[in-house]
Design a protein around this ligand. Structure first.
Ligand SMILES: Cc1cc2nc3c(=O)[nH]c(=O)nc-3n(C[C@H](O)[C@H](O)[C@H](O)COP(=O)(O)OP(=O)(O)OC[C@H]3O[C@@H](n4cnc5c(N)ncnc54)[C@H](O)[C@@H]3O)c2cc1C
Length: 715
């Protein structure tokens, strides 16, 4: 199959790459104010930062107009200027920034949050690339990492790790692979983009490794990242006396302690990964995010935090180049102390507190603002019931209410960008919206703990359930206090189509036996086998007596249990797992009192739980008879009465985790308009883009890599 994309990037070289000392970074530019010093250095001052250059409008050919923002929206004076402006300092943005900086460009990261890393910072960090990437080659050779921290052998055979670009491309577009919803997520991947991604996957992995990211042994693959080869590995650091990114080490304090304490470095404590690395190693997304951030700062990339990109500035709304961005001040504060939240590291930060500023991008703007999971209006385009604002995005606390607000996508649409891949929200629905097995916290997808500055926003880590079994100890009710589903099946989700596949994972055959593009992979008999839907999330979002015009919100959901359940299940319901102050956990001596407390104390409880006492009484009668006529739960698990005070209510959340679909891009990560024409100077990657339905990090990294490559080629 013909290649149309950036072959040269596989060698890590750009055709027009210049030596560092010949770079076209203007000496007058504030970005030349000083290369970043080591991590921990004081914030750099920026001589003349406010003296932004006004050449931009003239250079661009835009009409000269007076005032900061002329009628066309193109400023005559810009507040800042850089070769590349990256909006969003997460997975896609950091890689794009590093790639562009390596090619000698000046880069400013405009980040809406107070710290770098985005969702990547508290992700699991599991990254599927492949195509014969350097990790696959390392594990085939049985080699360790350069520092020798990996002391365990690969559990995969040579064959399972032997990969190439053709295979990767074929698999990422294999129409025959199903997921256990009997849907075919790979089928709808855009082919030109997937080709470019396959070709750039090995070099993108290399970039991560060249910028301090240490990967453990490969194990399996990520959702929708291929079915016949092992491609996924997670980042790790070695526990030591001090955190030293160059040495690949982290202190116990920065690593945190699972179940006890997190840190500013890692909002979720890093967990042991001895099975895939070696003794005293810990892993998690922070190991990757902090390494990339460290390297970016070291290379002289500048960060402007607390700065939300609101608008893309194009010569004309639907014509000409994208020239820069307009961005507003978006500081976040501790709700208890009022103190402003600040980034962990400060070197390379550009401090700017004006309400609105403009930033000129000489070569282009990268939209790497993540997805739309926290924008109920936007996401309800795909699932109307998810207009319910009670249900947030994963990462709600760390990124804040404006994180993942679709702002990058909307800004692109306003300058004429097309959208694509939107249906993939439904194709990967087991990772899009779901009910996590964590109660009593708003941010129920993850178990953040005290130690990270944003913990005060959530105030409770949440009660983790031990699988669906723990749900036998509670009943689940909707906003009017009625049960709505068999609790044991409530959080069950379809599996994932990933390596090693097999009958539970999207292919009739497992691992190496999988035959790509074979019609038997999705013949009617296999479809019937796969069609084992659990509709708990849809029942949870159903209308009920409390759903009223004009929005018909389904309302919040509550787990109701008693003190006997707490003792039986051995749940820890003390702080920091719960909080009696955040509106997501309540305790009372009677069910009536419990209902009243929920109504008073939860921000999205719009109606009284008028059926709650009746529901609990009915449940207890059913328990006595050993029957659950409403939802037939007696067939699945023991039933326990709810009759020993105190009684408890803990929130059950529907979380919109990842989002799929976004700005339409081509194989160079350039954004295209409704006619398919490139919007000059505008790039996009990661969850803000419609570049395909691979889960999470790898797509974001590879998109960022491709964007950085092509930004360096801009005239
Ligand atoms: C708990 C958890 C576990 C996960 N585990 C994995 C895993 O193991 N493997 C995997 O592949 N994926 C995983 N993911 C998903 C993965 O983290 C994301 O898909 C990935 O980080 C998306 O990359 P991105 O660059 O598109 O967005 P992000 O990494 O979220 O970065 C977007 C950045 O843009 C900023 N921003 C948003 N709007 C604006 C604006 N208007 N102006 C300026 N800045 C803005 C945000 O603050 C953020 O910093 C996980 C996610 C979570 C929450």
């Amino acid at each position: 199959m013909a290649s149309k994309s950036d072959n040269e990037t596989r060698t890590g070289k750009l055709q027009n790459q210049k030596p560092q000392d010949q770079l076209s970074v203007s000496r007058r530019n504030f970005l030349e104010a000083g290369a970043a010093a080591g991590v921990g250095a004081a914030a750099l001052s920026i001589p003349g930062a406010a003296a932004a250059q006004s050449r931009a409008a003239a250079q661009s050919g835009a009409a000269a107009q007076s005032g900061a923002a002329a009628q066309s929206g193109v400023p005559t004076q810009w507040d800042y200027e850089a070769d590349v402006v990256v909006c969003g300092g997460g997975a896609s943005g950091l890689v794009c920034a590093i790639r562009a900086r390596d090619a000698g460009l000046s880069v400013l990261v405009v980040e809406g949050n107070f710290d770098a890393g985005g969702k990547m910072l508290h992700s699991g960090g599991q990254t599927s690339m492949g195509g014969g990437d350097p990790l696959q080659l390392r594990d085939i050779a049985g080699a360790s990492d350069p520092k020798g921290y990996i002391t365990v052998a690969s559990t995969h055979s040579r064959e399972e790790l032997t990969d190439d670009i053709e295979r990767l491309f074929t698999e990422w577009t294999d129409w025959s692979v199903l997921d256990p919803h009997a849907q075919a997520p790979y089928r709808y991947n855009p082919r030109g983009i997937q080709r470019a991604m396959a070709e750039n996957a090995p070099a993108a992995r290399k970039l991560l490794m060249d910028n301090y990211v240490q990967f453990a042994r490969i194990r399996g693959s990520n959702p929708n990242s291929g079915i016949s080869r092992a491609r996924q590995a997670g980042p790790f650091l070695k526990l030591a006396a001090v955190t030293d990114i160059k040495a690949g080490t982290i202190s116990r304090e920065d690593a945190g302690t699972p179940g006890v304490r997190a840190s500013h470095f890692a909002p979720i404590p890093l967990g042991p990964v001895a099975d895939v690395a070696g003794p005293d190693t810990v892993g998690g997304g922070a190991c990757m995010a902090r390494c990339l951030e460290f390297s970016a700062r070291e290379k002289g990339i500048r960060f402007m935090f607390n700065r939300h990109m609101d608008e893309l500035i194009r010569e004309q709304q639907f014509a000409g180049r994208v020239l820069g961005v307009r961005a507003s001040y978006s500081p976040r504060r501790d709700p208890d102390t009022g103190a402003q939240l600040t980034s962990l590291w400060k070197n390379g930060n550009v401090e700017e507190t004006r309400q609105t500023i403009t930033v000129r991008a000489r070569k282009g703007v990268m939209v790497a603002t993540g997805g739309h999971a926290n924008n109920p209006q936007f996401r309800s385009m795909f699932y109307p019931a998810m207009n319910e604002p009670a249900f947030p995005a994963s990462t709600w606390a760390v990124l804040g209410p404006r994180g993942l607000d679709a702002s990058g996508i909307i800004a692109g649409m306003k300058v004429g960008a097309n959208l694509s891949g939107m249906q993939q929200n439904l194709g990967l629905s087991h990772l899009t919206y779901l009910i996590p097995q964590r109660l009593a916290t708003r941010d129920a997808y993850s178990g953040e703990l005290p130690g990270h500055p944003t913990f005060s926003l959530r105030k409770s880590s949440g009660i983790p359930m031990l699988g669906t079994g723990d749900f036998e100890h509670l009943i689940a009710v909707n906003q009017v206090g009625k049960r709505f589903f068999n609790e044991i099946n409530l959080t069950k989700r379809a599996g994932l189509s990933l390596f090693p596949g097999g009958p539970a994972g999207g292919t009739p055959k497992a691992g190496l036996q999988h035959v790509p593009l074979d019609w038997r992979n999705c013949d009617p008999a296999f479809v019937r086998t796969m069609y084992q839907r659990h509709d708990g999330v849809h029942a949870a979002l159903a209308m009920n007596e409390g759903s009223v015009a004009p929005n018909y919100y389904s309302g919040p959901l509550w787990a109701i249990f008693d003190s006997a359940a707490v003792a039986r299940a051995k749940w820890n319901i003390e702080p920091p797992f719960t909080s009696l102050e955040n509106g997501y956990f309540f305790k009372a001596d009677t069910i009536e009192e419990l209902a009243a407390k929920i109504k008073k104390g939860h921000e999205f409880q719009r109606v009284p739980l008028k059926y709650l006492a009746e529901t609990v009484a009915k449940w207890n009668t059913g328990v006595g008879a050993g029957r659950d006529p409403e939802f037939e739960r007696h067939a699945d698990a023991p039933m326990h009465p709810i009759n020993r005070p105190p009684f408890y209510a803990a929130s059950i959340m529907v979380v919109w985790h990842d989002s799929y679909g976004g700005l339409s891009v081509n194989e160079k990560s350039q954004v295209v308009d409704l006619t398919g024409a490139v919007i000059p100077g505008l790039y996009c990657g990661g969850e803000a883009s419609g570049s395909g339905n691979q889960h999470g990090l790898a797509r974001a990294h590879i998109n960022g890599f491709i964007a950085g490559t092509n930004l360096a080629k801009e005239a």
